[in-house]
Design a protein around this ligand. Structure first.
Ligand code: NOJ
Length: 541
C-alpha cells in the first residue's frame, strides 16, 4: 500500500515527535521526591538535544492525586506538589525559547470528588442544578440499595458510589473521579473557558483524556454485554452506553473552532480508545481532533502479522479523512516496551502491569526488540509519541512492593491487577544515590537497581546507548523529513520492510540473519555489522 503524508504543509502535528513528560517522575527540583515543573524546566534542554518537537505534560493541576493527577480539583491552577502557575509560565517560556511546543493534558470526563463542583453537588439536593453537573441517580431495588445500572469501573468494582441521602453517582474510574454530565451546557461552557484559560497562557494544544467517555446514552441504560466486556467494549459489537456515543463529536467541533481562533497552529490529540480505526478516524475529521493515539499500533505487540495489519489499517483509515496517523509504543498506562516485548503479557491487558508474582520479563531480549521497534516506528510517516524513559531503554519496574503501590487499580482489585506504577518510576539522570539524580530526597516510587547504569548522563557517554540511538534516529528522521514522507511495503514475509522517501527500513522477524541489501546503512538498532540479525531494524539508502 502506498501512502503519502501532506508534506511541507506547515502543520507541525502531522509529522512532529511529541515527548510525554510524566511530571511526578521527570525531575525533582525541590528535594521532596516528587518531580515538579521547575524540574521539567531544568530538563528541557536535554529534550531539545534528544530532537523532539513538542512535549505533552500529564496533569499537573490541583488534585488530591488519587489517580496521579487524573483527578482534578481545580483545572485552572497548578498543584503545590508541582509548583505554581508562575512556574508553569516559566516552563512554557523556556520550552518556547528552545523551539519546543507544549501540549497539556485536559481531563474533561471526570473531575476529582474534591472539586468545588462536586462538593456543591453533594451539599445540594437530589434534582438540583448542582447535581446535574454530574450523573446522580436513584438506585434500583426496593430502597434504591442497588446501583442504577450494571456499569463497572475501569479500575475494577462497580461504577457507582452511594452518597448519604441515598442517591448514587457514576464514576467510570475511581470513586474519587465522578463523571461529569456533558449533556449539561454549563459543564460545556466551563470547559470552553478552561481551554481558553490555557490557550491564553500560550499552550500549543491539549491531549484530551478519555474523550470517548464524555457523552453517555440518555437514561444511562445497562451495558448490554457487561459480562463479556467488563468496563470495556468488544470490537464489532454495538457501542456500550458509556463509550463513543455520537453526540460527543459536537463538543470537539466547538473545541476545534476555539483552537483555530488562536494563532500558532494549536493542536489537540484525543485519547479516543475507539476501534476499529475506521471508527477512530471519525474523531480526526478535519473539524475535530488533529490526531488520536493509535491504540491499534500500541496494542499490536511486536509480531509481524498484527503489526503489518495495524499499519495498513492506520494508513487506510486516517488517510480516508485526511488525518495523519500517530505511532506510539509507550505511555504511562502500559507496560514499558522493553519488558512488554521481553515476555508474553498479552496485548490488551498491558495496563495490568507486571508484579513480583508474575513471570518476569527477559529485559535483554526485550531491549533489543524495543530498540528495533522504536527505529521502525520513527521511520513511519505521521506523528510519533515517545514516553519519558523510553529513550533510555528503561524496563518496567516489576518488583514494586505493595506498600509503595499508588495506582487505584491495585487497590480496587485487591492487588489482583498490580496496575501501572511499574511504568511510572522516576527517571535516572546521573548514576548514584537513592534515585540516580532524579531528586535529592527519597523518590515517590523507588527505582529498580537496573536504572543506575541506564542513567541519562552515562548513556550520553556511550556511543551505542539507547539514548544515542534515539538521538541519531530523530536527527535522521528530521533531516530526511520521514515524518512527512511516503510509505510502501517492500517485504512482508519474514522481514517486514518498507520504503519511505528512498529509505529502506527493514526489520528482521525471522530467527535467522538476513543478508544486508546494498546501500548506505544510515542507522541500525544493534551495534552489529553485516547481516541483519533477528530482532534488528536497519535503515538503508
Ligand atoms: C487515561 C489516563 O491515561 C489514565 O492514566 C487515567 O487513569 C484515566 N484516563 C482516567 O483519567
Amino acid at each position: 500500500m502506498a501512502h503519502s503524508a501532506a508534506a511541507g504543509s506547515g502543520e507541525w502535528w502531522r509529522s512532529g515527535v511529541i515527548y510525554q513528560v510524566y511530571p511526578r517522575s521527570f525531575r525533582d527540583s525541590g528535594g521532596d521526591g516528587m518531580g515538579d515543573l521547575k524540574g521539567i524546566t531544568l530538563g528541557l534542554a536535554k529534550l531539545k538535544e534528544l530532537g523532539v518537537d513538542a512535549v505533552w505534560l500529564s496533569p499537573f493541576y490541583r488534585s488530591p492525586q488519587k489517580d496521579a493527577g487524573y483527578d482534578v480539583s481545580d483545572y485552572r491552577d497548578v498543584d503545590p506538589l508541582f509548583g505554581t502557575l508562575a512556574d508553569f509560565d516559566q516552563m512554557l517560556e523556556a520550552a518556547h525559547q528552545l523551539g519546543l511546543r507544549v501540549m497539556i493534558d485536559l481531563v474533561p470526563n471526570h473531575s476529582s470528588d474534591q472539586h468545588e463542583w462536586f462538593r456543591k453537588a453533594l451539599a445540594a439536593k437530589p434534582g438540583s442544578p448542582e447535581r446535574d453537573y454530574y450523573h446522580f441517580k436513584d438506585g434500583r431495588g426496593q430502597d434504591g440499595e442497588l446501583p442504577p445500572n450494571n456499569w463497572v469501573s475501569m479500575f475494577g468494582g462497580p461504577a457507582w458510589t452511594r452518597v448519604e441521602d441515598g442517591q448514587w453517582y457514576c464514576h467510570l474510574f475511581d470513586s474519587s473521579q465522578p463523571d461529569l454530565n456533558w449533556a449539561n451546557t454549563v459543564v460545556q461552557e466551563e470547559f470552553e473557558d478552561i481551554l481558553r484559560f490555557w490557550l491564553d497562557r500560550g499552550v500549543d494544544g491539549f491531549r484530551v483524556d478519555q474523550p470517548h467517555a464524555m457523552a453517555k446514552a440518555t437514561g444511562l441504560p445497562d451495558h448490554p454485554y457487561v459480562e463479556e466486556a467488563g468496563a470495556g467494549f468488544i470490537e464489532g459489537r454495538e457501542a456500550p452506553p458509556m463509550w463513543f456515543q455520537d453526540e460527543v463529536h459536537e463538543i470537539f467541533r466547538r473545541w476545534r473552532k476555539i483552537l483555530d481562533s488562536y494563532p500558532g497552529d494549536r493542536a489537540m490529540c484525543g485519547e479516543a480508545y475507539v476501534l476499529p480505526l475506521s471508527e477512530m478516524a471519525k474523531w480526526v475529521r478535519p473539524d475535530e481532533f488533529h490526531q488520536t493515539f493509535n491504540f491499534r499500533f500500541l496494542d499490536a505487540g511486536w509480531e509481524l502479522a498484527p503489526l503489518k495489519a495495524a499499519i495498513d489499517e492506520s494508513f487506510e483509515s486516517f488517510g480516508a479523512v485526511g488525518a495523519p496517523s500517530t505511532w506510539v509504543l509507550n505511555n504511562h498506562d502500559v507496560i514499558r516496551s522493553v519488558s512488554r516485548f521481553g515476555g508474553d503479557y498479552g496485548r490488551t491487558t498491558a495496563s495490568d502491569g507486571i508484579g513480583p508474582e508474575n513471570p518476569q520479563p527477559d529485559n535483554e531480549l526485550g531491549l533489543a526488540k524495543a530498540r528495533a521497534a522504536a527505529l521502525f516506528m520513527l521511520a513511519l510517516p505521521g506523528a510519533a509519541y515517545v514516553y519519558q524513559g523510553e529513550e533510555l531503554g528503561l524496563p518496567e519496574h516489576t518488583t514494586i512492593s505493595p506498600e509503595h503501590r499508588q495506582d487505584p487499580t491495585f487497590f480496587r482489585t485487591g492487588g489482583k491487577r498490580v496496575g501501572r506504577d511499574g511504568c511510572r518510576v522516576p527517571l535516572p539522570w546521573i548514576q548514584g544515590g537513592e534515585s540516580n539524580g532524579f531528586s535529592t530526597g527519597s523518590p515517590w516510587l523507588p527505582q529498580p537497581d537496573s536504572y543506575a547504569e541506564l542513567a541519562r548522563a552515562s548513556q550520553e557517554a556511550k556511543l551505542d546507548s539507547t539514548l544515542n540511538l534515539y538521538k541519531k534516529a530523530l536527527a535522521l528522521r528530521a533531516k530526511l523529513a520521514l515524518g512527512s514522507g511516503s510509505f510502501a511495503w517492500t517485504a512482508t514475509d519474514g522481514p517486514l520492510a518498507f520504503n519511505n522517501s528512498g529509505v529502506q527500513v527493514i526489520h528482521n522477524f525471522l530467527d535467522t540473519p538476513l543478508p544486508l541489501p546494498a546501500g548506505d546503512v544510515l542507522i541500525r538498532s544493534t551495534a552489529g555489522e553485516g547481516d541483519i540479525a533477528p530482532n534488528e531494524t536497519v535503515w538503508i539508502r
